[in-house]
Design a protein around this ligand. Structure first.
Ligand code: ZN
Length: 83
C-alpha cells in the first residue's frame, strides 16, 4: 500500500490536478495537497481523486505507469462496455 495525495490547484503545465505518491521527489508543499488515503494501486488513488477534482492526471515522476497519457482510462472503458 502507498499513500497518495492530489494537488488542490491545477498544474500550470498540464492544467490538471495532479495525483502523487507520498514519497515523490516532486511533491508540492502540504498546503497545496489533499490527502487521498492509502491505496493498493495508483489506479485506485487516481479514481478517488477524480471524485474530488476534474480534470485529474498522474505525476510523471512517481506514477510512471499512467504514462504516456497521464491518466488511467479504465473507468471510461467500463462505461463503454456497459452500453
Ligand atoms: Zn509525484
Amino acid at each position: 500500500m502507498s499513500e497518495f495525495y492530489v494537488t488542490t490547484t491545477v498544474s500550470k503545465e498540464t492544467n490538471t490536478y495532479v495525483v502523487h505518491k507520498d514519497d515523490c521527489s516532486e511533491l508540492p508543499v502540504v498546503e497545496e495537497l489533499k490527502y487521498l488515503g492509502s491505496y493498493a494501486s495508483s489506479e485506485a488513488a487516481f479514481k478517488a481523486a477524480t471524485g474530488y477534482f476534474d480534470p485529474v492526471s498522474c505525476c510523471p515522476t512517481c506514477i510512471k505507469e499512467a504514462y504516456p497519457s497521464g491518466v488511467f482510462e479504465y473507468s471510461a472503458e467500463k462505461e463503454e462496455a456497459a452500453v
